[in-house]
Structure formats: structure tokens, C-alpha cells
Design a protein around this ligand. Structure first.
Ligand code: PFF
Length: 469
């Protein structure tokens, strides 16, 4: 087969925006606050930050390096260096696929809330929580929004990397940031907001368990789009003159910055309204509209803009997930881009419908003790991403030539990376040990034991059949 010139990002800013666009998404604004709320606040946040800044950045540099070196997406990248690791790439594709089993459902909620902002959502703050509960448990409406959201993904990814993904991110990511600043400003000035800031920033380690560490690790990987080959795939489109460590640093700082900002936007207001922090997955959809409702008429407009921005943040992340699956089909199966996108997207229609219905109509149907939505969420976030990160660290630390890594990360010796050895040893020794400890502690204390065993069995099966993948 003739080697085609690899598609490339249009510009440096374009790549940064796309990578940050992948990282910043529902994980930061929807998931991070409710995970922090459910796990006791500040102590969880500190552990999360430590994981993001030490493990996250190191893994991101590794993923960029492997992707750019091989100019291949996840599976091909692993395979071309060491066949025994092919399964780690496939695990990544599977993770992307499973995350896309529930992510578009929440993306659909965000999209629906753009319109709901105008149709009475804010008119009675007392029932905002009930409206959310009623909406997500109904059958037709959330499925319809999910399908619209998924269709947008398919349309963007079908157009290819620089054409679709890059443009969408460039305009709307900054919009989201400005809006979050605005909401945070309002939130911290509400009477009674201080309790929320304490919850966020006064550490209380008394309630920390093995679960907290696993949740924080999973959240860090999920939020930074790591442990599943997404950044390998994006790195494969990256120009040879880009500085990998500085790109990784910028993306990580932007991502954690937005997550913290989302926390500051939500918790002070939550306490000011006298609500409980552990309200679960509805947090952002219940608290943010309340903040806007308290603003009067102008709140409607802000609310609509906020949910547009949230939808776009979700979109720039979900397209990267769909791209992982698509790139696999293109690179490894030799399919056309359009056929790849439509096939993958078609299956996601089915998983998305099942996930959405698991909130209501199908709530009685469980797999390994949880509903379809939670099945996809827990399986990826608590098992696949952590193991994916572990495999990547072992792969880079022990199976890739150190000289090659140095060459790739310093762009053939033309740029300096003074921390190369620190990075290398972190990836080789610290990260594998850290992830193993966290995984074992988490697995011991997890409630969904059968799901955990299932997840590990899937990885085992992939490893055994790796030669065929
Ligand atoms: N990082 C995204 C978020 O925080 O919403 C979700 C995500 C995208 C996870 C891409 C993994 C991934 F490869």
C-alpha cells in the first residue's frame, strides 16, 4: 500500500484548540463537579489535581510522542512498535466506543437545555430539579436530543480533522471560558457562598477511601482524554516541529483550570441555595439554571448561551472519541472515512438509545448490577482508562527505545526538554506502581464487583487474541 501524506492540523493554535477541545468537555463541567460533590469535595479535588498534574501530563507527553512518531492512531501505533501491545490500542478503541455509549446522552441534555432556557425552565426555581428528573426519565424527548447531538458528531467527523473539528473549537471554547468566569463571579458573590468555597478548598481527608483514589484517577484520565489512545490519535496529526511537552502542559493546565472554574461556579451557589453537594449527575443541570433564574430576565439569555457553550464543549470532546474509532477503521481496516464514521455512528445510535432509556423506561434492566448508562460509564472510567494508562506507561517505559523517545520529544535534538529524565523515570517506574496501587485499592473496595471482574476479563480476552486484532 502506498503511504499517503498524513493529514495535518491547520496550525499550532488549531492543534492546541482541538486537543484542549477534546480534553475540556462534559468531564470538566458536568462530571467533575458531581464527582467532587459525591466524594466529599476538597480532598477529592487535591488528589485529582495531583493525579492530573503528575500522571496526566506525563501520559499526555507519552501519547503525543507515540502518535507523532508512528503517524498512526492508537492500534496501529502500538502494533507498529510491538505487536504484543496491539490489544492496548484495541482496548482504547473499545473505551472510546463505550464512552460514546453514554456521552451523547448528556450532550443531548445540554442541547435540550438551550431550548428549555427559553421555554419556562427558569420561571419557577423550586421545580428546576423536578424538571430535570422528569426530562431525563422520559422516553422520547431525551432520545431525540441525543440523536441530534450524535448526528452533529457524525457530520463533523465525516468532514475530516482540520475541516470540522478544528473550526468548531476555535470559536466556542473561549466563549465557554468567559461564561464560566461570569457564572463563577455571580456564584461567589451570592449570600452564603462561603460554605461552598470551604467545601472546595478546605481539605478533609477523613472520608477518603480507596474508592476516592480510583474515582480521582479515573476522573483525571477521563477529563484529560487519556488512557485510550485519543491523544495518540491527535498526536499522529501533529507537525514535526511542535513542542510536545509544552503542548501537554498547556492542555493539562487549561483542562484542570476549567474543571476548577466549574467547581467555583457551582458549589458556592449550591450552598447558597441550601442544597446538598452529593446530588449526583443532575448537578450542573439543576444548580446553574437556579443561578440564572435568580438573575431575572437576562438570566434566560445567559442560560441559553451557557448551554450552547456546554453543548459545544461536549461536541469537541465527543468528536475526538468518534475520531478514535474512525481512525482505527481507516488505518487498520482500510475503510473510507465516510463508511467508517457512518458505521461507528450507526452502532452508537443503538447504544445511545439504550443508555438514555436506562434512566426511565428501562431502569429495571441491569447488566452486572447497573443500568446501561452506568455500565458504560463505570466500565470505562473506573477500569478501562486506568488500565489503558497503565499499559501505556509500561509500553513507553519498558518497550520503546529511550533514544527514540528522546529524539521524538526533543524534535531530533532541536529543542530542549530539561526534564526528560524526570519524565522518563516517572513513566517507567512511578506511574505503573501508582496506578497499580490505586487500582488494587479501588477494586477491593468497589461496590460493583461483578462489573469489575467483567471489565478485567474483557481486557484479558483482548490480550489473548491480540494477534488477530
Ligand atoms: N475529556 C472529555 C471530557 O472531559 O469531557 C471526555 C473524553 C474525550 C474522554 C475523549 C476521553 C477521550 F478520549
Amino acid at each position: 500500500m502506498e503511504k499517503k501524506q498524513r493529514e495535518n492540523w491547520g496550525s499550532r493554535v488549531g492543534f492546541l484548540m482541538a486537543a484542549a477541545g477534546s480534553a475540556v468537555g462534559l468531564g470538566n463541567i458536568w462530571r467533575f463537579p458531581y464527582m467532587a460533590g459525591d466524594n466529599g469535595g476538597s480532598a477529592f479535588i487535591i488528589i485529582y489535581l495531583a493525579f492530573a498534574l503528575i500522571i496526566g501530563i506525563s501520559i499526555m507527553i507519552s501519547e503525543f510522542a507515540i502518535g507523532r512518531r508512528t503517524e498512526l492512531a492508537a492500534v496501529g501505533a502500538y502494533k507498529s512498535i510491538n505487536k504484543n501491545f496491539t490489544f492496548a490500542g484495541v482496548l482504547g478503541v473499545l473505551s472510546a466506543f463505550f464512552i460514546m455509549g453514554f456521552y451523547p446522552v448528556v450532550g443531548g441534555w445540554a442541547l435540550a437545555y438551550v431550548f428549555k432556557s427559553f421555554t419556562g425552565l427558569l420561571s419557577n426555581p423550586a421545580v428546576i430539579g423536578d424538571i430535570f428528573g422528569g426530562f431525563i426519565t422520559s422516553s422520547f424527548e431525551p432520545v431525540m436530543w441525543m440523536l441530534i447531538f450524535l448526528a452533529m458528531n457524525i457530520a463533523i467527523v465525516a468532514k475530516g480533522i482540520a475541516g470540522g473539528i478544528e473550526k468548531a473549537g476555535k470559536i466556542l471554547m473561549p466563549t465557554l471560558f468567559v461564561l464560566l468566569l461570569l457564572i463563577a463571579g455571580r456564584s461567589v458573590t451570592l449570600p452564603g457562598a462561603g460554605a461552598g468555597l470551604d467545601f472546595l478548598f478546605k481539605p478533609d481527608f477523613s472520608a477518603v477511601t480507596g474508592q476516592t483514589y480510583l474515582a480521582a484517577l479515573g476522573q483525571a484520565f477521563f477529563s484529560l482524554s487519556l488512557g485510550m489512545g485519543c491523544m495518540i490519535t491527535y498526536g499522529s496529526y501533529l507537525g514535526k516541529s511542535e513542542n510536545l511537552p509544552s503542548n501537554a502542559l498547556i492542555v493539562t493546565l487549561m483542562d484542570t483550570g476549567v474543571a476548577l472554574l466549574a467547581g467555583i461556579a457551582i458549589f458556592p451557589a449550591l450552598f447558597a441555595f441550601g442544597m446538598e453537594p452529593a446530588v449526583g449527575a443532575g448537578l450542573v443541570f439543576v444548580v446553574v439554571p437556579q443561578i440564572f433564574a435568580a438573575m431575572g430576565g437576562i438570566g434566560t439569555l445567559f442560560s441559553a448561551i451557557f448551554f450552547v457553550a456546554l453543548t459545544v464543549a461536549a461536541l469537541t470532546s465527543s468528536v475526538s472519541l468518534l475520531e478514535v474509532v474512525t481512525a482505527y477503521l481507516i488505518d487498520q481496516r482500510g475503510w473510507e472515512r465516510k463508511k467508517s464514521v457512518y458505521t461507528a455512528g450507526g452502532i452508537m445510535v443503538v447504544t445511545g438509545i439504550l443508555s438514555s432509556l436506562s434512566m426511565g423506561l428501562m431502569s429495571g434492566f441491569t447488566m452486572f448490577g447497573v443500568g446501561v448508562f452506568d455500565f458504560f460509564d463505570i466500565l470505562t472510567d473506573k477500569i478501562f482508562l486506568a488500565i489503558g494508562g497503565l499499559l501505556l506507561a509500561i509500553f513507553v517505559g519498558w518497550f520503546v527505545d529511550k533514544k527514540d523517545l528522546e529524539d521524538e520529544i526533543t524534535n531530533g535534538g532541536t529543542i530542549k526538554f530539561g526534564l526528560f529524565n524526570v519524565w522518563y523515570n516517572t513513566v517507567k517506574y512511578v506511574i505503573p506502581v501508582a496506578i497499580l496501587i490505586v487500582a488494587v485499592m479501588g477494586i477491593i473496595s468497589i461496590e460493583q464487583t461483578s462489573l469489575m471482574i467483567f471489565g478485567l476479563a474483557v481486557i484479558g480476552v483482548l490480550a489473548i487474541f491480540s494477534k488477530k486484532l
